[in-house]
Design a binder for this molecule. Structure first.
Ligand code: KIV
Length: 280
């Protein structure tokens, strides 16, 4: 383990010390390495991989096997940040016993440090049982992508007072159940502030305004690598698709006009071997 490895306690302390937490997603070794080099606090191997890596329409079809495969790849490259393994849909929804078993699999087989699951009040007993088994849990409330269809789509949550109060109750229930932090997704900025003020554990926002304890973004969104849609709350810090596409087009052209491979990309053969072959 890296001696500068971020712990759950470091994340909790960040809120006490009013230090903003930086979290990003990664799904493979190269992005695990980049996250490590960038020095972010938390790396989430999110089930968003279903959309941004596998090209699915949502996260529902992502399985435990997909998650374990991608967590392992990220863990190989990412040493210092705390690594969160996302529990896929239906891996924690059927029974508490199954939830604990699957949380354990993500840690034991994948190698992540902690797990994340979606849901508030209704999932507090599940969170409590996983935490009791010795596995730190990060909650996820507000817009919960796995159940987006039940919420009316990928829409802002907590618009009216009843819905906003429910989200605050979700946050409190998760804190009571023992989460070390929680994600709050797609809520009005003033509600983000209220939620962050209503609990002692860090609230990490994605589309929850600036007055929360940290931010998370889907990396493929923020670097311009996802081709479908860009949620309102995403800032694109760069556009890497056109850069990669330019390289691929140059490669295609050079293969076709035989300017690649050049002599410096080719292996030489000893003169005498060549001569022998020519003599035969
Ligand atoms: O799966 C994911 O990437 C997430 C983020 C949207 C927080 O849950």
């Amino acid at each position: 383990m890296a001696n500068n490895k971020t712990s759950v306690l470091d994340i909790r302390k960040a809120k006490e010390e009013k230090r903003k937490i930086v979290m990003m997603t990664a799904y493979d070794y190269p992005f695990g390495l980049l996250a490590d080099e960038a020095g972010v606090d938390i790396v989430l191997v999110g089930d968003s991989l279903g959309m941004v890596v596998m090209g699915l329409d949502g996260t529902v079809a992502v399985t435990m096997e997909h998650m374990i495969h991608h967590i392992k790849a990220v863990v190989r490259g990412c040493k210092a940040p705390l690594i969160v393994g996302d529990m896929p849909f239906m891996s924690y929804n059927i029974s508490i016993e199954e939830a604990v078993r699957n949380a354990g699999r993500l840690m034991k087989e994948g190698g992540c440090d902690v797990v994340k699951l979606e849901g508030g009040v209704d999932f507090a007993p599940t969170v409590k049982a996983i935490v009791k088994a010795g596995i730190p849990v990060q909650g996820h409330i507000g817009l919960t992508p796995q159940t987006a269809s039940a919420l009316g789509g990928f829409k802002m949550q907590g618009k009216d007072a009843v819905a906003a109060r429910r989200i605050i109750e979700d946050a409190k229930a998760l804190e009571e159940a023992g989460v070390f932090s929680m994600i709050l997704e797609a809520v009005p900025a003033p509600l983000g502030k209220l939620v962050a003020e209503s609990v002692k554990v860090p609230v990490i926002g994605i589309g929850a305004g600036a007055d929360v304890d940290g931010q998370v973004l889907v990396t493929h969104d923020m670097v311009g690598l996802f081709d479908k849609f860009i949620p309102k709350f995403v800032k694109q810090y760069t556009q890497i698709r056109p850069i990669i596409l330019e390289a691929l087009n140059a490669y295609k052209k050079e293969v076709r006009d035989v300017t690649f491979p050049a002599p410096e990309h080719s292996f030489k053969m000893p003169e005498e071997t060549l001569a022998q072959l020519k003599d035969e």
